[in-house]
Design a protein around this ligand. Structure first.
Ligand SMILES: [Zn+2]
Length: 420
């Protein structure tokens, strides 16, 4: 089975890499102040533009605003702006310009831009990669282990926790603060390699709650027990912090204690999300780099029609308990997983095919007989017509793969369709 490439040569793929920053207290101070400068520029320009709208005068263009910014930075009154990097300040004017134009667009108006408050989505976008330097050397000359660092204008070298390899050429960087923690998101571009015609493997994938995913060749993909229990502990911690938060809210929604607890909840949330994302990255990389075509059920249709799957089809009690535990941990990651997988496949010239989930779990792969009776419990498939037996998820994954092939055979002109 070979595949026609679905991506044109000469294209670039854009990727984002988000890492924690570890600034010193002085650097944190500077970042806060620079973010404050950007916020000030946004608010001041928004104020000017709203006044013009109210007075019925045409808006200033981005060019006008940028010239004003230069004046502000040179003035005595707003000279503090010159202590911060100029590019993020210009970038915020560009963002404002676009936001205003989108808000005033009559055919499809978006929300009118708002004033920004301190500590609310602080961010600094550095649009020019030449202003940023990355130092990934992890050892000093004497062999001591060092954290990688990133050079930010008017801040200097800041330590950064690079948790996965950075691929591609740096295009821009965005520094953000969330729940009191700083992070940097690096956007890179990679040339898509010239696709070659070659035989590539394909699989069907069934997403489940007893196993995270099962392939059509019968491989079951699931987090290691230690990782799963660490995820469970992080979830428990989050729920505990949330209960504490509601108690503190009843005692005084404006209290210092309540505010502190809110930050703890946000951090617990982030921990849970990061653990899940880490797992999803690992699985999607493993599959995305070894397969060319992956067929999955269309989640949008599946969520509408199959929400009762596994309860309606009467699982044993133990299975149901286990599924209940995993459901919250894993099923919430399905959508993200598929976007990651699609992206990782397409990056290498492969593709993700979505098929209608109708009957994939109750159809016998061997004879095609469709019956609820084929599923005596959640993990077993036993065809009541021909006796064919398989793991229920593997049987579903095979049906999914077959549906994907059928779909491609019906539309041979479609890019990426199979060529038998
Ligand atoms: Zn059968």
């Amino acid at each position: 089975m070979s595949m026609r490439p679905s991506i044109m040569a000469g294209m670039k793929t854009i990727q984002a890499f988000k890492f924690r920053l570890v600034p010193t207290p002085e650097q944190e101070n500077l970042l806060s102040r620079h973010a404050g400068g950007v916020r000030f520029v946004w608010n001041k320009a928004l104020d000017l533009q709203t006044a013009r709208l109210d007075a019925g005068i045409p808006l200033l263009s981005y060019g006008d605003l940028a010239r004003l910014l230069t004046l502000w930075r040179a003035s005595e009154e707003y000279g503090f702006l010159a202590l911060g990097p100029v590019h993020p300040q210009q970038q915020t004017l560009k963002n404002l310009d676009r936001a205003l134009r989108e808000a005033l667009d009559r055919t499809n108006p978006k929300r009118f831009p708002r004033f920004k408050h301190k500590g609310e989505k602080d961010s600094l976008r550095y649009p020019d990669p030449l202003q940023i330097k990355l130092d990934l050397a992890t050892r000093d000359p004497s062999g001591r282990h060092l954290l990688p660092r990133i050079f930010l204008p008017k801040v200097g070298w800041v330590k950064v926790r690079v948790s996965r390899p950075i691929v591609g050429d740096l295009r821009n960087a965005t520094v953000t603060r969330k729940a009191g923690r700083w992070a940097v998101s690096l956007q890179t571009g990679t040339d898509v390699p010239e696709p070659t015609e070659r035989a590539l493997p394909e699989i069907g994938l069934d997403l489940g709650v007893v196993s995270f995913a099962t392939t059509s060749s019968g491989t079951r993909i699931h987090p290691d027990p230690e990782i799963l229990s660490a995820m469970k502990r992080a979830e428990d911690r989050l729920r505990w912090e949330q209960r504490k938060l509601s108690r503190k809210y009843r005692k005084g929604p404006k209290s210092q204690n309540f505010r502190r607890q809110k930050i703890r909840v946000a951090r617990a949330h982030e921990r849970v999300a990061n653990m899940r994302l880490d797992f999803l990255h690992k699985v999607s990389t493993a599959i995305g780099e070894t397969q060319a075509v992956v067929v999955v059920e269309d989640l949008k249709i599946r969520n509408m029609t199959k929400s009762a799957r596994g309860t309606k089809e009467s699982p044993g009690r133990k299975v149901r308990q286990k599924a209940g535990l995993n459901r919250s941990l894993l099923s919430r990651g399905w959508g993200t997983f598929l976007s990651l997988l699609a992206y990782k496949l397409e990056r290498r010239g492969g593709r993700l095919v979505r098929v209608d989930p109708k009957n994939t779990s109750r159809t016998c792969f061997f004879c095609g007989h469709v019956s609820v009776e084929n599923r005596p419990d959640q993990t077993t498939f036993r065809c009541v017509s021909c006796g064919h037996a398989d793991h229920a998820d593997a049987n579903a994954a095979k049906n999914i793969l077959r549906a994907g092939r059928a779909r491609s055979a019906c539309s041979p002109g479609e890019p990426g369709a199979f060529v038998a």
